[in-house]
Design a protein around this ligand. Structure first.
Ligand code: PNS
Length: 165
């Protein structure tokens, strides 16, 4: 039986921290399905289609992964995809409370799906999509924190801020 994991998230946009978790996860699972939450009630900086595109481009050199979108409950999506695990990245202690809540609720909803946490590499410990977007919004240097395609897209989105710096 193939070991399948879902790596869910907003990925608005994908960061090098996400890619780090994905690569670590590939050492444990046969297939990882990167699943972007399609949440019509919460608009992101990028559309879901753009997020899929950026993920596809930045994972082009990786095998055994699939990029998909989902809506509704994560555990229902995991069951539909015959996944045994949900993969989540853990950075600092600040992540713990939310991740703990999420994992326990998911376990309550479906006892057959296990949540697996992986620690990010130290260099990504402070990286998050939100903090990167915040820096980019004001023209901050985010080189090396996101894949090249994302850097290009963020610079385009916040063109004015970057033209001032
Ligand atoms: O990247 P994020 O925003 O931290 O990812 C959060 C995500 C998408 C994993 C979480 O919000 C989610 O799974 N949403 C789908 C609805 C769901 O199943 N929620 C958890 C149990 S109520």
């Amino acid at each position: 039986m193939k070991r399948v994991a879902i790596y869910p998230g907003s990925f608005d946009p994908v960061t090098n921290g996400h890619l780090d978790i994905l690569k670590r996860g590939l050492r444990l699972f046969d297939i990882i399905i990167v699943a972007i939450l399609h949440n019509p009630g919460k608009e992101g900086l990028f559309t879901v289609k753009e997020r899929v595109g950026m993920l596809e481009e930045s994972t082009r050199d990786l095998e055994h992964i699939e990029i998909d979108t989902f809506d509704g409950l994560l555990v229902d999506y995991a069951a539909k995809r015959n996944a045994q695990a949900i993969l989540r990245g853990m950075r600092a202690v600040s992540d713990f409370e939310y991740e703990f809540q999420l994992a326990l609720m998911n376990r309550r909803l479906n006892r057959d799906v296990q949540t697996v946490f992986l620690m990010t590499g130290l260099r990504w410990i402070f990286t998050s999509s939100s903090i990167i977007k915040e820096a980019a919004r004001f023209g901050g240097d985010i080189n090396g924190m996101v894949p090249p395609v994302v850097l290009k897209k963020l610079k385009k989105k916040f063109r004015q801020a970057y033209s001032r710096s």
